[in-house]
Write a protein that binds this ligand. Structure first.
Ligand code: COA
Length: 158
C-alpha cells in the first residue's frame, strides 16, 4: 500500500463518519462527539486545540487521528481519536498514523502523548495496538465508566 498522511480536509468528513460507524467500536453519541471535533477543526482554521490528520491511499480515506495539547499542561498531548476503516485494519495504517502524530507532537515541543480507553474486553485490540506502539498503562481508575469498566490511561514519553 502507498499511504500518505496529510492534514484533514473537508472532503474527509463523510468518509471518516462512515468508517467511525463501521468500526462498530463507537456508540452513536461517540461518533457525534468525534464529528463535532472534526467540524471544530475544519471551521476554525486558527484554533490550536485540535489537530487532525488523514491517512489516504489515492482518493480513499483509510483512517484518521485527532490529537491536541492538553489544556494547562506543558508538553502533554491527548490522543483523542484514532480509527482505521475495518477492511484496512491490521495492515499498519494505525501505526503510521500514531507515529506521524508523535513526530508532530515532538516538533511542537511535546513530550508526553496520552490516550484514554476502557477496560472492556471489546477494547482489547485497541490496548494491544497501544502496547505494540510503545505505550504503557500510566494509570487505571477502577469502575470509572461504570461498574466493572475501568478507565485505562496509556501514555508514551517521547
Ligand atoms: C486501534 C486501531 C486504530 C489500530 O489500527 P490498525 O491499522 O488496525 O493497526 P495496525 O495494523 O497499525 O497494527 C499495529 C499493532 O496493533 C495490534 N493490532 C492491530 N490489529 C490487531 C488485531 N486485529 N488484533 C490484535 N492486535 C492487533 C498489533 O499488535 C499490531 O502490531 P504489529 O505491528 O507488531 O503487528 C484500529 O484497529 C481501529 O480503528 N479500531 C477501532 C477504533 C478504536 O478502537 N480506536 C481507538 C480508540 S479512539
Amino acid at each position: 500500500m502507498s499511504i500518505t498522511i496529510r492534514k484533514f480536509e473537508h472532503s474527509d468528513k463523510e468518509p471518516v463518519r462512515n468508517l467511525l460507524v463501521h468500526t462498530e467500536s463507537f456508540t452513536e453519541a461517540e461518533v457525534d462527539v468525534a464529528i463535532e471535533l472534526v467540524d471544530l477543526f475544519l471551521n476554525n482554521p486558527n484554533q490550536k486545540d485540535y489537530d487532525l490528520y488523514t491517512a489516504v491511499e489515492g482518493n480513499e480515506v483509510l483512517g484518521y487521528i485527532c490529537i491536541g495539547p492538553t489544556p494547562l499542561t506543558e508538553g502533554t498531548y491527548d490522543l483523542y481519536w484514532i480509527a482505521v476503516s475495518p477492511v484496512t485494519q491490521g495492515k499498519g495504517v494505525g501505526k503510521q498514523l500514531i507515529k506521524y502524530a508523535e513526530e508532530t507532537v515532538k516538533i511542537n515541543n511535546g513530550r508526553l502523548l496520552v490516550a484514554e480507553t476502557s477496560s472492556q474486553p471489546k477494547y482489547q485490540k485497541t490496548c494491544d495496538f497501544y502496547v505494540s506502539a510503545g505505550y504503557e498503562i500510566l494509570s487505571r481508575i477502577k469502575e470509572y465508566y461504570k461498574v466493572g469498566d475501568d478507565l485505562l490511561v496509556y501514555g508514551k514519553y517521547l
